[in-house]
Design a protein around this ligand. Sequence first.
Ligand code: ZN
Ligand code: ZN
Length: 615
Amino acid sequence: MSSPHIQATNYLPLQALESCSTMAELKQFHSQIIKLGLSTDNYVIGRVVKFCSVSKKDSLIYALKVFDTIPKPDAFIYNTIMRGYLQRNLPRPCILLYSEMLQDFVLPNNFTFPCVLGACCDGYAIEEGRQIHAHTLKLGFGLDGFTQNSLIHMYMNFKSLKEAKKVFDKMLKRDVVSWTSLISGYAKWGFVDEALKVFELMPARRNSIVWNAMIAAYVQSNRFHEALALFQRMKEEDVVLDKYILASMLSACTGLGSLEQGKWIHCYIDKHGIELDSKLATSIIDMYCKCGYLEKAFHVFNGLDSRGISSWNCMIGGLAMHGKGKAAIELFKEMESEMVPPDNITFVNLLTACAHSCLIEKGRHYFQYMTKAHGIEPKIEHYGCMVDLLGRAGMLEEATKFIDEMPMSPNESVLGALLGACRIHKNSELGEKIGKRLIDLEPDNSGRYVLLSNIYANTGRWEDVANVRKLMDERGVKKTPGFSIIELEGIVNEFTAGGRAHPEAKEIYAKVDEMLKYIRLFGYVPETEGVLHEAEQEESENPLNYHSEKLAMALGLLKTRPGETLRILKNLRVCKDCHQASKLISKAYNREIIVRDGNRFHHFKMGECSCADYW
Ligand code: ZN
Ligand code: ZN
């Protein structure tokens, strides 16, 4: 950097500054400068300011003191202090200093704008941000790449997508940062297709940051198939797979129930010695839990060098959704004995474990215990777990009382738990009351209408069933379409009820017919009324026998060796008929069938289900 004071530096041991490592040493150096009469030399004093403003702790205060003694600070010095503010998360003072700079007639340079625009971002200062954008144009930085990138980032942050795109379009030279900012900006606000358009337009070799931005965009919007397809493309292009991409992909595998892909990624991490930080470790454990491979999840969990709170929570949560309540409690005790302090998520998972395994006394105990032993006040989620626990056990009166006595007003999920219990225990009176309340609270949630109509149907109130349907039509509420996924030989097969898109549809339908005929020998009676009233059933025009999970099971039986476990993922709650059929198929074909539905896991084995028919 050139400086008019370069001469002065000739006789000053500026190198001495290089060897400063503490504030004490810096202060010594500073006093030397003062003695030498160089304290008004911007080049020298600027280095002092820089040293303290980037150092840790209270050094910014010292930097500001020095700053106040400088008669005519230059842009470098202003920038340095502004960056100091920004690094310490003080966006307001940073913006104010920028305006002081202008008032002092100091011209900003291309390092000024990224800094102050970053401050506008952090400080939600959208108006100031726009004004500064105008300054960049007036002061001749309209085509400066750094500045433009900062503008894109800022506008994206404020959801001003059009303005961000405008800046991007005007750029003469775009770098990876420009592309990534635009892609992740669109992704952040859910405009995944826009993000993809930009991604495909990007000319140069895309680096892993850009790939990850796009993959993360798909994962965040639950478009896991597309994430997987993009991942394949990425592998073909030999892009380095870093831990961020791998963590995103693990989430995609979890979302799809794709155990084979998930295993591949786990293997890759092992083989390439990628460091298992807590996020990555938790993603692996979560993937194995949610893909129905609990043993493997445990194996990974036990092999961790350090088990942070998130991995404990994840493992306890995994046991909970598989209905292994006692094991979850044992693990919790182990956690306590290893002196890992639990947090409120730990107790949500623990109480869920109790609820899913009908451990009523244990549940009550831990609900008290969390406050008594760990000082954690129950939140609404914990109350929800207790309502679920009592409701599943058929203690509807107590569950209602529990809701009435809650210190906060119950939300959808608390009432939803009670409504679910009303369905299981066929209480249409309470179910009607709660169901109507829920529909008022969440008029767009189709699941609530369906559950209410199920409750009416259970007690033969067909007129009310029809009214609920009518209400849904009037309000334009669409039912969530049901689908099931089974992964075979690394290929993810997706089915909708009665869907014929699969290339082997003919064989699959024949297998379903054979399956259902065969299990009649084991006592299967098809549910006929179910077409009208089953829980969150798939489209009613599709007969029950072609519900998506039955199609997935049929393909599984066709494609796997005898005795192999079938793993199926279903987005909605399993219906009664499919549940019954699955139990009998597990017996008739001697298969373990693991189904993850919208709510929990069902392990079907020898004609029984791990949920003990409460789901
Ligand atoms: Zn079904
Ligand atoms: Zn079950």
